[in-house]
Design a protein around this ligand. Structure first.
Ligand code: MG
Length: 380
């Protein structure tokens, strides 16, 4: 067993802190929604995955899953993780269990990459691009403050921007337009600008007609896509809106499991689908979702950026998908800056797809130790 590429242990690494000062913490002072898992093999390889939920839920999920993953192959990510999915249909599937499997699956793809000496994109079938444009993702604030933030990100090399949440759709139409107008003026006509209403917010008050009217305003400012203008489960609303909106419609960050995406894809409920690799079930699941979307002429915009580990997975998924466009990203951002050993560089507004084995990145051991209150990674 000592030298075999089977799973010996999976550790939980909670990350603490709130990335945005203007994001309302809902779960106490130390809101904790980002958790790393470290999969360690009997052969001594340690790899990270990322889960979008609290460490307590990941801990509980791992406890349940342990008999299934203990000593399972660490170099057969899709098969090993499908076994975890298939055996937990009655045990919170689609929720914390699926989120946790996402992190395990990501780490297993990295292990497979390390063992074979290949980048994950090649193991997924090969790459369609060498680089992809990230969009700087930021919360909406009052127009003047937001303009300064956008200009600062532009100065750091970003050429695509997404503004979202904040007062948009929560105050009045004039506020909405003044924010979008200021944002377009701040980034200029040559850059991509996206608007995220944040319809997965609690008790989102708007429906189809509000969203359709808002899309007319957004068209005036040449907005690339309108994200989550409706509640996340309103598939009929999305189908209508995507058919009639004057801008592209994007959604999908709350969906988990490939099966949940089937009606959204088959009914062409969105123009752009945004699966989150840290929630849907990992790279194995998202790659299948992406391929099914491609067969229905739907573009995929990966949404797993909540840590550098998620972004790394997104870059490989985006490389290996014919129908990928953009990835979500932002710096400065502790979950990026403290996670990558070498800070990522933008080249003409693009991020390069890494070519090294697995993710192709080294992690910042000290940075992760800082974010996790003392956990040291890579010590099998
Ligand atoms: Mg969003």
């Amino acid at each position: 067993m000592k030298n075999s590429h089977t799973i010996r242990e999976i550790r939980v690494i909670p990350l603490y802190g709130v990335p945005y000062s203007d994001w309302p913490a809902r779960f106490g002072q130390r809101e904790q929604t980002r958790t790393l898992v470290e999969v360690i093999t009997h052969s001594g390889i340690a790899s990270l995955g990322c889960v979008y939920t609290s460490a307590d839920l990941v801990e509980g999920s791992l406890k349940l899953l342990r008999p299934l993953f203990q000593d399972a192959s660490a170099i057969d990510p899709a098969a090993t993780c499908e076994k975890l999915h298939q055996n937990t249909f009655w045990q919170g599937r689609g929720g914390a269990i699926t989120h946790t499997i996402s992190g395990i699956d990501m780490a297993l793809w990295d292990i497979l990459g390390k063992v074979t000496g290949q980048p994950i994109w090649r193991l997924l079938g090969g790459k369609y691009r060498d680089r992809i444009k990230p969009y700087a993702s930021m919360l909406m604030t009052e127009p003047k403050e937001l303009s300064a933030k956008l200009q600062s990100a532009h100065g750091r090399g970003f050429r695509a921007f997404k503004i979202g949440w904040g007062p948009f759709g929560r105050r009045d139409d004039r506020t909405d337009e003044s924010i979008v107008k200021a944002a377009r003026e701040a980034v200029g006509d040559q850059c991509d600008l996206m608007v995220d209403a944040g319809g997965s917010d609690a008790f989102w008050p708007h429906g189809y007609k509000w969203a359709l009217e808002k899309s007319h305003m957004l068209r005036d400012y040449n907005v690339n896509w309108f994200e989550e203008p409706l509640r996340p489960d309103d598939i009929d609303g999305y189908v209508e809106l995507t058919r009639h909106s004057r801008v592209k419609i994007a959604s999908g960050e709350c969906l988990t499991r490939r099966q949940s995406f089937i009606p959204w894809i088959e009914r062409r409920a969105v123009d752009y689908l945004q699966p989150d690799v840290t929630k849907v079930g990992g790279l194995s699941e998202q790659h299948r979702i992406g391929q099914y979307a491609d067969d229905h002429s739907i573009l995929v915009v990966p949404h797993g950026w909540n840590t550098g580990v998620g972004l790394a997975a997104d870059l490989h998924l985006a490389a290996a998908a014919a129908n990928a466009g953009w990835v979500e990203y932002l710096t400065p951002e502790p979950y990026m800056d403290d996670v990558f050993a070498v800070p990522l560089q933008l080249e003409e507004g693009y991020l390069r797809i890494p070519d090294g084995p697995g993710y192709g990145y080294e992690w910042n051991v000290e940075g992760i130790k800082r974010l996790s209150d003392g956990v040291v990674i890579g010590k099998p």
